[in-house]
Ligand binder design. Structure first.
Ligand SMILES: [Zn+2]
Ligand SMILES: [Zn+2]
Length: 131
């Protein structure tokens, strides 16, 4: 996604690590409810939120706008990933079919060749016919 700023590497953490020591969360207030204490920090946007404003998703506590965006983003790659193995399988099946057809018709050709050809007599009879 090009419209999004690159997320700092430290932001993607499990929910248990959101309330890490050293973070003065108690001093922070929810960015939406200034009268409430912040209990979690959204790992995506970095904003502090009260319990009501965050919900758990994929083991992380996200604020509502970030959750909506994450869910929308998570759906798109899944759809793309669903088709890749199918296309690969179709390609494999096609090449297997082509190989099978090649060997099948090669086999038909071998069967049609008279046994005299394999035994070398075909050349002798050819020479005899030309005499
Ligand atoms: Zn957020
Ligand atoms: Zn709130």
């Amino acid at each position: 996604m090009s419209g999004e700023p690159p997320a700092p590497s430290g932001l993607r953490q499990p929910a248990s690590a959101v309330l890490r020591p050293g973070t003065p969360l108690r001093a922070l207030r929810c960015v939406r409810h200034t009268e409430r204490e912040a209990v979690a920090r959204c790992p995506v946007c970095g904003g502090s939120f009260c319990r009501e404003c965050v919900s758990e998703h994929d083991g992380r506590l996200l604020c509502a706008p970030c959750l909506t965006r994450e869910v929308a983003q998570a759906r798109q790659p899944v759809r793309r990933r669903d088709w890749a193995p199918l296309r690969r399988a179709a390609g494999t099946t096609a090449s297997v079919l082509v190989l099978w057809a090649l060997f099948y018709f090669w086999g038909l050709l071998l069967v049609r060749i008279p046994p005299a050809f394999h035994e070398g007599r075909v050349w002798r009879s050819f020479e005899e016919a030309n005499k």
